[in-house]
Design a protein around this ligand. Structure first.
Ligand SMILES: *Cc1c(COP(=O)(O)O)cnc(C)c1O
Length: 373
């Protein structure tokens, strides 16, 4: 039996045709399509400045680096995230200080953040887990009080709104990912999104090797031979090929997201009240760009995963908390909620092209698996 995957990108002829225009132009790297994609993403989000990168991880690193974060600085971040978030912090030389999460939506616990602020703290980094926004009012007012920046890891939250405002349209900096399984995909890609015009030049320069004026000539598919290098930079820019894919995916976002929410709503209805299963808080997915479907299995999560595999249903654990990895393990770090839910969380198949028959098979298998233990 073919396994129903946990996730699968929705790519087709339109994406191929868009990439072909880039092949025909002969300009494959940073160029006109990247500019167009940045402008379209800016319009979609209602954001002023969008700088696209080759990954979400590099977007996060670029954002922190542009803010001058480095050795001796601390960044408060949930341990419960994809390790990319943490690697982006440690790459700058800064220290991640792990905070705990709320048991109901698995987002950053602001009270724990408050306890972990020290004189070295420079940034709070919320992760909008599954696409459900963190409490940004609380986070921003705490940051303001202590003169900290907020860099949002919005890798899950492309298209989500907080109190009627799109994530990325407000706040200091939000970073998105367009990797193969995210809400929209460029194949691989990311974006640094912010409103501050003063930051724009620095982020653009750092994105392409610290070169001073290359971005604007490349946006016209041209290259100037003379340039200056003004800062430490990286090779983080997006390619026209990726942007061409992203332009098509952006147009498909509403349709893809609507289907995912329809399926998640069906899962919620099917699993609500089932013994051994706890649903996560979701507010009815109102104004949400939904990334994944996750629930809590109160006991025997790993056995259920094996059972699902035998029944042709893929499942996953998003994520292994970062503070348990060898590289980040430290004496005395205890995050009770994070450690508890790590044994309980289960990710079920959710992607735009999942069929109704597949959805029903997932539901039947989970229900019989929970009982079968
Ligand atoms: C996917 C992801 C990233 C990194 O994005 P890439 O494009 O894969 O580099 C960062 N943080 C979280 C929470 C993610 O899910």
């Amino acid at each position: 039996m073919d396994l129903i995957p946990v996730s699968r990108p929705s790519f087709g002829e339109e994406e191929l045709a868009s990439v072909k225009t880039v092949f025909d132009s002969g300009w494959l790297g940073l160029g006109a399509q990247v500019l167009e994609f940045e402008q379209e993403v800016g319009k979609f989000l209602g954001a002023k400045n969008v700088v696209c990168t080759n990954a979400g991880t590099t977007a996060l690193h670029l954002a922190l680096d542009a803010l001058g974060i480095g050795k001796g600085d601390e960044v408060i971040v949930p341990s419960f995230t994809f390790v990319a978030t943490i690697q982006a912090i440690t790459e700058t030389g800064a220290t991640p200080v792990f905070c705990d999460i709320h048991a109901d939506d698995l987002n950053m616990d602001i009270n724990d953040v408050r306890k972990k602020i020290s004189p070295k703290t420079k940034v709070i980094m919320p992760v909008h887990y599954r696409g459900i926004p963190c409490d940004m009012d609380e986070i921003q007012s705490l940051a303001k009080k202590h003169n900290l920046k907020v860099v949002e890891d919005a890798a899950h939250a492309f298209g989500s709104s907080y109190k009627g405002k799109k994530i990325g349209s407000f706040g200091d900096i939000a970073c998105f990912s367009f990797d193969p399984i995210k809400n929209i995909s460029c194949g691989e890609g990311g974006a640094v999104v912010f409103q501050d015009d003063i930051l724009l030049e620095r982020v653009q320069q750092k994105r392409i090797l610290g070169i001073d004026r290359d971005t604007w000539s490349r946006y016209r598919n041209e290259r100037s031979w003379f340039y200056d290098v003004v800062t430490q930079g990286y090779r983080y820019h997006m390619s026209n090929i990726s942007a061409a894919v992203g332009l098509v995916q952006l147009k498909k976002f509403d349709k893809m997201n609507r289907r995912k929410i329809e399926v998640a709503t069906r899962y919620d209805a099917a699993f609500d009240g089932v013994e051994g299963i706890t649903l996560l808080r979701n507010e009815g997915y109102k104004e949400i760009g939904l990334f994944v479907y996750i629930l809590k299995i109160n006991k025997g999560r790993n056995e259920l995963m094996d059972y699902l595999t035998r029944n042709g249903v893929g499942s996953g654990v998003h994520y292994i908390p970062s503070h348990v990895f060898s590289f980040y393990k430290k004496e005395g770090v205890h995050l009770p909620i994070t450690e508890q839910i790590y044994d309980e969380i289960l990710t079920l198949p959710l992607f735009p092209d999942i069929t109704d028959a597949q959805v029903e098979h997932v539901i039947t298998s989970v229900k019989s698996g929970v009982v079968a233990r």
